[in-house]
Design a protein around this ligand. Structure first.
Ligand SMILES: C[S@@+](CC[C@H](N)C(=O)[O-])C[C@H]1O[C@@H](n2cnc3c(N)ncnc32)[C@H](O)[C@@H]1O
Length: 251
């Protein structure tokens, strides 16, 4: 299968800016929580496959405890992650059809799963997780939102680098499109080069929203036993609902 280039400039021509948009330090607490969920598996978790690992900012924290295999559809994002996580294996691939022919103790799918915009694509990702998960292992899915939790709104942020580069962004999520499981998010970026020149970039992302019940159903149907894991954290934001699939020891 031919891997398509990423559709979004955010993960293509802008990939190098990712560490200034959403720096690894922001992932410290959540990564520790994900590790505590992996620890609930009946087998020891040592090898973790991440689908849609992006710039590898979760992996940056998880790699001290696990051997991480990082996969993403975007070669530029994998290049960013390779710089941060040179000790991790990086593989270009689509989470809907990646087949490595290897088993892992845990499969991890973070915010990249939002790019699944249909039930059939979501089912494919869960199937990918199942075929790579060792019996007794777990698959952890961490969507930013479900249909129930989604709230339209905006957010902004960005950071400066010591070399003078800087990035600022505005993220504006709109109410789901009537009668669909899709929401649109507009991103605008102001990106300052080290020489002070600033460029502006805008694009709209199509993101999928799925109900809690559908998540649980698809994870069960893939062969896992699914549960909801509520996030526990101190950060000033709404806790997410995650979905954990336990793969039976006998499968
Ligand atoms: C917000 S970034 C992920 C950031 C990541 N959580 C981190 O720790 O840096 C979203 C990623 O999803 C990836 N992506 C989107 N669709 C994908 C697919 N079908 N298969 C694999 N990766 C995909 C994009 O290329 C992008 O790198």
């Amino acid at each position: 299968m031919t891997i398509q280039p990423p559709d979004y400039g955010f993960y293509g021509e802008l990939a190098d800016w990712w560490p200034l948009i959403s720096p690894p330090e922001e992932y410290t607490e959540e990564a520790a929580f994900f590790a505590s969920v992996f620890a609930s598996a009946p087998i020891p978790v040592r090898e973790v496959l991440e689908l849609g690992s992006g710039g590898g900012h979760n992996a940056f924290h998880l790699k001290s405890s696990y051997r991480m295999t990082l996969t993403d559809l975007s070669a530029p994002m994998l290049a960013v992650s390779r710089k941060l996580n040179p000790e991790c294996e990086h593989i270009l691939g689509d989470m809907r059809n990646l087949r490595l022919g290897r088993l892992f103790d845990a499969v991890f799918v973070h915010d990249a799963v939002a790019y699944m915009t249909s039930e059939s694509d979501l089912r494919k990702v869960i199937e990918t997780a199942f075929v790579h998960c060792r019996p007794g292992g777990v698959a952890l899915f961490v969507p930013d939102d479900t249909s129930e939790s989604f709230v339209a709104g905006s957010d902004c942020g960005g950071y400066d680098a010591p070399d003078g580069r800087g990035a600022r962004y505005l993220e504006w999520s709109h109410a789901p499109i009537e009668g669909s499981n899709l929401s649109l998010t507009d991103y605008s970026f102001l990106l300052r080069n080290a020489d002070g020149a600033v460029k502006v970039f805008h694009e709209t992302h199509r993101l999928g929203l799925f109900s809690r019940q559908l998540w649980l159903q698809l994870i069960d149907e893939a062969g896992f036993s699914a549960i909801v894991v509520p996030e526990s954290m101190t950060e000033d934001r709404s806790p997410r609902e995650m979905f954990l699939g336990n793969k039976p020891l006998s499968s």
